[in-house]
Ligand binder design. Structure first.
Ligand code: ASP
Length: 459
């Protein structure tokens, strides 16, 4: 309804009231935010406190406490039991009891029994694992739509995959856009869609509701995509390594990608892509502390240029293989032949720092565990090096920040901090995108090195 699209905005500054076109916010609530009735009361308050929060993407109920089970895990277990001819009915009862408890607690007027019966029927008929796994989000969205008085919009037939299970991004965008235009306010299940050809349910990878939220945000051309979880955004370092790291107020998509790759996790890796295409910012928020501003993830153009460091993340173990050969830089095709060895043996590498007479390849140790001897042998045969050294157990620390490239003395600061802490640097590499510096240290020094670098940049 047209009237819905406008609301009063009051300006406290000049005490004027005017009409403002209603914006669109897509809000996604993760498993812990929808785990029980108490959490859902918070969710409702958050949504109702801002009329622009019109499209709500939900996960399946997650853990209520540490030892609790996620609904999605229970559903996967139901299927595994059925496959091994172990009765699964009791386990499914645990699932249905959790939804019913929420329904009774909040007095939600919706009949879930018909849905439970349908799911059991499909189980008897030998449904796919993806189908059963997706029912967590499906039931969650039906329940929450009834609780909020919003429409329920199923993603089956809207989020589309090709035969190989690859997301059809443009077709999905069109289908979602057309359907959501018919609904002023809707609750949408996360985590799944369907094959375009067969119409069968297909789930995304674990944590995939983040991706659904992003697809929905793009489809409705949202002003912002709010991702509500149980932490107040990203921190500048891992709190298990650095005491009380500062929160990150804003970060670019590219920086986030660097930090997530090196182990910082808060958002599904693929969730950035759809919103980045349309320049829609993501705001990570905390359902349990809605007053906290959280972290804004945005494009470079909107980004605060004065900040040097955004965050630090790291992982280990990596193996560094260094090939030494006199006059290597004059030997045409040397690097290509070295990389061809890795390609032929199907090994992916992370970095290739080079010197005049040496080339190092930095590889995640798990990637090369079984084929190290084979790789060395092939390097010897194809490159005829003077020497090859292998250093296992290296930790890489990514120091990430858009400001790093245009501030002087960044590397000096890092090396001085590590020298003061008595830590030996095995590698120092500035990424080509100039938003990160990668520091390699021995794995045993990982925590001390991270702390030293953090303290050097953050006062
Ligand atoms: N429920 C799914 C999972 O546990 C998807 C999600 O919550 O994002 O992975």
């Amino acid at each position: 309804m047209y009237i819905f699209l406008y609301y009063f905005v009051k300006s406290y500054k000049n005490e004027r009231i005017w009409w403002k076109e209603l914006g669109v916010k897509v809000v996604k609530f993760g498993g812990s935010s929808v785990a029980d009735g108490l959490q859902l009361v918070k969710v409702k308050e958050i949504i109702e406190s801002d009329p622009e929060r019109r499209y709500v993407v939900v996960s399946a109920p997650g853990k209520r406490f540490n030892e609790d089970s996620k609904i999605t895990d229970l559903l996967f277990m139901c299927k595994a039991q059925a496959e091994n001819n172990i009765p699964y009915e009791q386990l499914f009862q645990v699932v249905s009891d959790r939804y019913n408890a929420i329904r009774y607690n909040l007095d939600i007027n919706v009949d879930l029994d018909e849905h439970f019966a349908e799911i059991m029927e499909q189980m008897e008929a030998g449904c796919s694992e993806d189908y059963i796994a997706s029912r967590g989000e499906y039931l969650s969205a039906i329940l929450i739509a009834a609780y909020l008085g919003y429409d329920f919009v199923d993603t089956k037939g809207l989020i589309l995959f090709d035969k190989k299970g690859r997301l059809l991004a443009e077709e999905t965008n069109e289908a979602l856009s057309a359907e959501l235009a018919k609904h002023d306010r809707a609750v949408i299940p996360g985590f799944y869609g369907s094959y375009k050809d067969s119409g069968e349910i297909k789930v995304l990878s674990r944590g995939g509701s983040d991706v659904t939220g992003s697809l929905v945000a793009r489809a409705v051309n949202a002003d912002i995509y709010e991702n509500w979880t149980d932490v107040s955004g990203l921190l500048m370092a891992d709190p298990r390594v650095v005491d009380n790291p500062k929160p990150i107020e804003s970060i670019s998509y590219m920086e986030l990608r660097e930090l997530s790759y090196m182990g910082a996790s808060v958002l599904h890796e693929e969730a950035v892509f759809p919103v980045r295409l349309s320049d829609i910012p993501i705001n990570i928020r905390n359902t349990n502390a809605p007053e906290d501003p959280g972290t804004i993830i945005t494009t470079e153009s909107n980004y605060d240029k004065n900040k040097v460091l955004s965050g630090i993340a790291g992982k280990h173990p990596f193996t560094v293989i260094t090939i030494y050969k006199n006059m290597m830089n004059k030997e045409i095709g040397f690097v290509r032949r070295a990389l061809a060895v890795l390609e032929d043996l199907d090994i992916s590498f992370d970095h290739i720092p080079t010197g005049i007479d040496s080339l190092s390849v930095v590889i995640e140790s798990s990637e090369i565990e079984d084929s190290l001897d084979e790789v060395i042998e092939a390097f010897n045969q194809r490159l005829h090096p003077d020497e090859i050294t292998v250093v296992p157990d290296i930790a890489l620390i990514a120091v990430v920040g858009k400001g790093l490239s245009n501030s002087i003395g960044v590397s000096a600061k890092i090396t001085a901090a590590l020298a003061d802490a008595g830590i030996n640097i095995r590698m120092l590499n500035q990424g080509a995108t100039e938003i990160n510096v990668i520091v390699g240290v021995e794995a045993k020094d990982f925590k001390a090195a991270t702390r030293a670098i953090y303290n050097a940049f953050v006062s």
